[in-house]
Design a protein. Structure first.
Length: 138
């Protein structure tokens, strides 16, 4: 063999040695993680957090939470108003509500009112959008 061939062979051996050392370090790290479940859990949590941040999924999650908090606030206000109206009715304070035709709303009219709501295009589109959103997110 010539000098150049020997040098090339030596470089190849050194490269292979450094690759093997790196693999050995990785195996040792994995063994350490396996021996300590807490360390393994922390490492997995860090990897997951990093991935979620880099992909933008974490920001999307918080944006969705904020949007849903607005909806929840609206729902809670509406439920509080319903509770207030129920309290008034239980105390005998009767407030008459009229529909667009000028007819007063009677307690036995809730089924026709709900059926009327369900038949509207807007309600049907809203429900279809909610179903699609729920299916896409899961």
């Amino acid at each position: 063999m010539t000098k150049d061939e020997l040098r090339k062979a030596l470089r190849d051996i050194e490269n292979k040695k450094s690759q093997l050392e790196q693999q050995l370090r990785q195996l040792e790290e994995e063994e350490m993680e396996m021996s300590d479940p807490l360390t393994a859990s922390i490492m997995n949590a860090k990897k997951t957090a990093r991935s979620a941040i880099l992909s933008g999924n974490l920001k999307n999650l918080f944006d969705n939470i904020l949007k849903n908090m607005d909806y929840a606030k609206t729902a809670v206000i509406s439920l509080a108003n319903i509770a207030d109206k129920a309290q008034d009715k239980l105390e005998g304070k009767v407030e008459e509500i009229t529909v667009a035709s000028g007819m007063s709303v009677m307690t036995n009219m809730w089924i026709p009112m709900i059926l009327g709501l369900i038949q509207t295009q807007e309600f049907q589109h809203l429900m279809a959008n909610m179903v699609v959103a729920a299916i896409k997110e899961s």
